[in-house]
Design a protein around this ligand. Structure first.
Ligand code: ARG
Length: 482
């Protein structure tokens, strides 16, 4: 098997060193990116006169065939190549002969792998963005459906004040909207092309880096060749973005697990998204939500692992950088799968409106509203708080809600109570009086939904070509793919 660097060596590599050093088993994922980068590099070498047009054509044609063979499962990867770069180059030479040996002119595996990894990450980040957009779509349609679905809002996991399901889900809409924005920011920041940086110090060939950057959809070439081969900031940012997405999914999962329990019964998960128990026939478990919550740990772990790999590295390239791949691949696969499954689980779940509303009523979530009622009648808030607190104690003792006391009973606590208290205590009024921007009241919620629709339309244009309603556009690709 041909090595790329045998010339300087007089001894065979120890097999264990080879096994330890080789990366083909995981960087084979970068094959299509490697081929694309090589094609553009060869084309550029011809433009600047380093290769002839015929040589570049032969190289590009050979690379094209390798790509096709790989797609059809016909590329032999079993020969023990060190990495994907060696695999492609050796294959090319085998196919087109001597000309293939000219491909690597003015290039190093250091800028090559930096390019491959950036191209691959850009594609996966875009995919994550699309999956977040799908989740936002699902959330928004549930929000529209549930503006009147009253439920208890919680603090300390204690029933606090009444909200609606639309409002509760709107909180998650905001979290995932910020996640999408973070991905968009990161995609713009990382979109510079490291190809042409060479091993670390550029090359003596007259490479046209602007041309290769443009051909590969980058905004332009990276500014410093040493930084180009040693920077993995963009990958760290993506891993952070994924960690935050997983944290949001995990919090949401935790709520779904609670809501799916017999104690809450707020939600019924679809059979297709639940699992059973081997011993307890009655069980229908929320395993998807639990696994999403559990897998959050490994995504955080991959972020921490790469931060640690990077922390002591002197400039420029060091082999430690090869350790950027396996963990990052795992984090991308994990988070994207979680996003996809979670969205489908949410989309197919049904919410029990009656149980939610009953739960809001049973938990004194209208106690603040009762105090606010007295304030409107001229009672200072602190006194009103004390009065309602004493009434709650009595109601707990009797197993009833505030609204189940008679007017006379209420007046024994405060003469300021009148008939209109019953309306003031109804769940619907309690929710609708919360009319400040961002609150669950119907009017405020409708504003929130309108804004969410605008945000989603923008994100859909950026990330999601299939659902784009931009009729005039001939573009096949989402705008975000540069
Ligand atoms: N497999 C290597 C990596 O992932 C490719 C670059 C190798 N460069 C080198 N100088 N040995 O980083």
């Amino acid at each position: 098997m041909a090595q790329l660097w045998g010339g300087r060596f007089t001894k065979e590599t120890d097999q264990r060193v080879k096994d330890f050093n080789d990366s083909l088993r995981f960087d084979i994922r970068l094959l299509q990116e490697d081929i694309l980068g090589s094609m553009v590099h060869a084309g550029m070498l011809a433009r600047v006169g380093v290769l002839t047009g015929e040589e570049a054509d032969a190289i590009i044609e050979g690379l094209c065939q390798i790509g096709e063979d790989a797609e059809n499962g016909k590329l032999d990867t079993s020969e023990g190549f060190e990495d994907v770069h060696s695999l492609v180059e050796a294959n090319l030479i085998r196919r087109i002969g001597e000309t293939g040996k000219k491909l690597h002119t003015g290039r190093s595996r250091n800028d090559q792998v930096a390019l491959d990894m950036r191209l691959y990450t850009r594609r996966r980040m875009t995919e994550t963005g699309q999956l977040v957009v799908r989740l936002l779509e699902t959330l928004l349609s549930l929000m529209k459906e549930h503006t009147d679905t009253v439920m208890p809002g919680f603090t300390h996991l204690q029933k606090a004040q009444p909200v609606t399901l639309a409002h509760h889900l709107g909180a998650y809409f905001e979290m995932f909207r910020r996640d999408a924005d973070r991905l968009t920011d990161g995609l713009a920041r990382m979109n510079e092309c490291p190809l042409g940086a060479g091993a670390l110090a550029g090359t003596t060939y007259p490479l046209d880096r602007e041309y290769t950057a443009e051909q590969l959809g980058f905004f332009g070439p990276t500014a410093n060749s040493m930084d180009s081969v040693s920077d993995r900031d963009y990958l760290l940012e993506y891993l952070f973005d994924l960690s935050v997405i997983m944290m949001h999914l995990s919090r949401f999962s935790e709520e779904i697990i609670l809501w799916n329990s017999d104690e809450y019964r707020f939600i019924e998960l679809d059979d297709a998204f639940s699992t059973g128990s081997s011993i307890m026939p009655q069980k229908k478990n929320p395993d998807i939500a639990e696994l999403v919550r559990g897998k959050t740990g490994r995504v955080y772990g991959e972020l921490m692992a790469l931060l640690t790999v990077m922390k002591g590295l002197p400039l420029a390239y060091n082999k430690d950088l090869q350790e950027d791949k396996e963990g990052a691949f795992d984090a991308m696969d994990t988070a994207n799968t979680c996003l996809e499954l979670f969205t489908d689980m949410l989309d197919t779940a049904s919410f029990r409106k009656d149980v939610m509303e009953r739960s809001a009523k049973r938990g004194f979530t209208n106690a603040t509203d009762a105090a606010d009622y007295l304030v409107r009648k001229g009672v200072p808030f602190r006194d009103a708080h004390g009065i309602i607190g004493r009434m709650v104690v009595e109601c707990i003792g009797r197993g009833i809600g505030l609204e189940e006391m008679t007017l006379e009973e209420m007046q024994a606590f405060s003469p300021d109570f009148d008939r209109d208290i019953y309306k003031a205590l109804s769940m619907k009024v309690c929710v609708d009086r919360r009319a400040t921007t961002g609150a669950p009241g119907k009017a405020a919620m409708e504003e929130e939904i309108k804004h969410a629709e605008e945000v989603l339309a923008e994100l859909t244009d950026l990330y999601d070509f299939e659902d784009s309603d931009d009729e005039d556009s001939d573009e096949e690709d989402p705008e975000i793919i540069f």
